[in-house]
Design a protein around this ligand. Structure first.
Ligand code: SAH
Length: 216
């Protein structure tokens, strides 16, 4: 994959920016990440298409546009702490790390977590902490977070996620609408932590579901 940089630039300029992502930090970071390293060898030819792809264990790497969109909705700044539920391939974590966030990411399937760690090491992302565990509980050791992103379909919003956000922090997740679809939701904690939340709704989308427990 000698020309991956050209392909990454083309993906951003032909598919991501035209779909309404204007945040330059996201666009530049996506151009700088070799997405093919997060994809199984036999599917690498499709790495720079704007499509989700299988990564084994019945899981998928999300469509680049959705990754960009959810990152945009998080609206984080360099140095912010972010928690990701559902590491999968590791591409979403890499995007946040490339943008300078301090990333904690949780994956329930050990094999996927180990694979993603290898790619993080290869790309020298020292600002990603990878945890094998049940992301429904969040990760209180590194809390509080400025942002939490859930990259699997959630049937409900867990109290642990809300508890682990700072005031004004944002939870971005695909919330199940009950018919095989979900809808992107941003739940922002009010500045006064006891004053509740503001919910905003965005695109409909499809994600693999959150499952309980850890798979060794
Ligand atoms: N962010 C990923 C998308 C991964 S798909 C990427 O960029 O590639 C969703 C992932 O969530 C899958 O790998 C799945 O195993 C994981 N997952 C599902 N339920 C989980 C849970 N309870 N805790 C942690 N991870 C979970």
């Amino acid at each position: 994959m000698d020309n991956w940089r050209e392909q990454a630039v083309a993906l951003v300029e032909r598919s991501i920016a035209p779909q309404g992502i204007a945040n330059k930090n996201i666009l530049e970071a996506m151009k700088a990440i070799p997405r093919h390293l997060f994809i199984p060898p036999e599917l690498r030819a499709y790495s720079y298409e704007d499509i989700p792809l299988p990564i084994g264990e019945e899981q998928t790497i999300s469509q680049p546009f959705i990754v960009a969109k959810m990152t945009d909705l998080l609206a984080l700044e360099q140095g912010d702490k972010v928690l990701e539920i559902g590491t999968g391939s590791g591409y979403q974590s890499a995007l946040l790390a490339e943008m300078g966030m301090k990333v904690t990411t949780i994956e329930r399937i050990e094999l996927l977590a180990l694979k993603s760690r290898e790619v993080f090491r290869q790309l020298s992302y020292n600002n990603i902490v990878s945890i094998i565990g049940d992301g429904r509980e969040g990760y209180s050791d590194n809390a509080p977070y400025q942002g939490i992103i859930v990259t699997a379909e959630a049937s409900k919003i867990e109290d642990a996620w809300l508890d682990q956000l700072v005031g004004r922090g944002k939870l971005v997740l695909p919330l199940s609408t009950g018919n095989g679809l979900c809808r992107l939701c941003v739940r922002q904690k009010k500045a006064d932590e006891n004053a509740g939340y503001i919910d905003t709704w965005y695109d409909y989308c499809r994600f693999v579901p959150i499952l309980p427990g850890v798979k060794k």
